[in-house]
Design a protein around this ligand. Structure first.
Ligand code: IPE
Ligand code: IPE
Ligand code: MG
Length: 253
């Protein structure tokens, strides 16, 4: 595996998560603590995004999904939504070249059509430019909500049943999975939430069935590469059982 880790960052030989998903929370509180406007927190948060994308690529993570904007976030004040969309556009424009240079493929999960037209156009241009890149997938969850995703999947499957091509017996877990925004991707091995809240906030509810979860109190703008690496070490020391019995447990016979 290609690795550009700095001294002291060694992650050893244990398995790394293939797919990491992050709920990037705490921008508003970061700003509030400094008596600043929430938008300043989001600006600072986009610097963290850059740092963690770089770290993930260097560590050799194959898929990084970032929860950037939820379907519920549309209900925030118009000025904040506008600022977030502006920052998103700025981020895409600033990172496009680096994504391409670093062989990173951009992906979007969520209701892309609900985003402002100019943001959508910049996203589409970057999605197209980077579509054949193979080093890592950077998947942005934008206007993403798991319930919307599952509802949409059910509608699509219902249409296939109504048009007689599909029978109810054909509905399998794999078929549902194939109708989600994340179709074709492995489930996240690790979900990190910054900002200390113990909830999923409508993120990857189906896909998180067996994800390991790590919650840190650190607010997203304060999150660092060092803490990220410590979380990966913590992940490496967990035992994923997937409902089975431990490999290390004696069964008494
Ligand atoms: C996360 O930070 C960013 C988005 C949800 C867009 P918040 O804006 O939710 O920050 P807090 O949770 O209010 O601190
Ligand atoms: C989750 O954070 C959504 C994103 C990080 C984009 P929120 O701040 O919207 O979630 P709640 O409101 O604390 O559940
Ligand atoms: Mg929040």
């Amino acid at each position: 595996m290609k690795s550009n880790l700095m001294q002291g960052e060694s992650l050893g030989l244990k398995t790394l998560p293939r797919h990491i998903a992050i709920i990037m929370d705490g921008n508003g509180r970061w700003a509030k603590k400094r008596l600043m406007n929430r938008v300043r927190g989001h600006e600072q948060g986009s610097d963290t995004v850059r740092a963690i994308v770089t770290a993930s690529r260097e560590i050799g993570i194959k898929i990084l999904t970032l929860y950037a904007f939820s379907t519920e976030n549309w209900a925030r004040p118009e000025s904040e939504v506008k600022a977030l969309m502006g920052l998103l556009k700025k981020f895409i424009l600033a990172e496009r070249e680096d994504l391409q240079k670093n062989n990173i493929r951009l992906n979007v999960i969520g209701q892309k059509h609900r985003l402002p037209l100019d943001v959508c156009q910049e996203l589409d241009a970057t999605l197209e430019l980077t579509q054949n890149n193979e080093e890592m997938i950077l998947s942005l969850a934008l206007s993403y909500g798991s319930r919307e995703e599952l509802t949409m999947a059910m509608q699509k499957i219902a249409v296939k049943i109504a048009s007689k091509g599909l029978s109810p017996d054909d509905i399998t877990e794999d078929l549902v999975t194939a109708h989600l925004y994340t179709s074709g991707m492995p489930d996240p091995d690790l979900i990190i939430r910054t900002g200390g809240e113990y909830r999923l906030s409508n993120f990857l509810l189906w896909q998180a069935a067996y994800s390991e979860i790590y919650i840190t109190e650190t607010l997203w703008p304060d999150f660092t590469r060092d803490e990220f690496i410590e979380i990966l070490k913590n992940f490496q020391n967990r035992e994923r059982r997937f409902g089975k019995v431990s490999c290390n447990t004696s069964n008494g016979g």
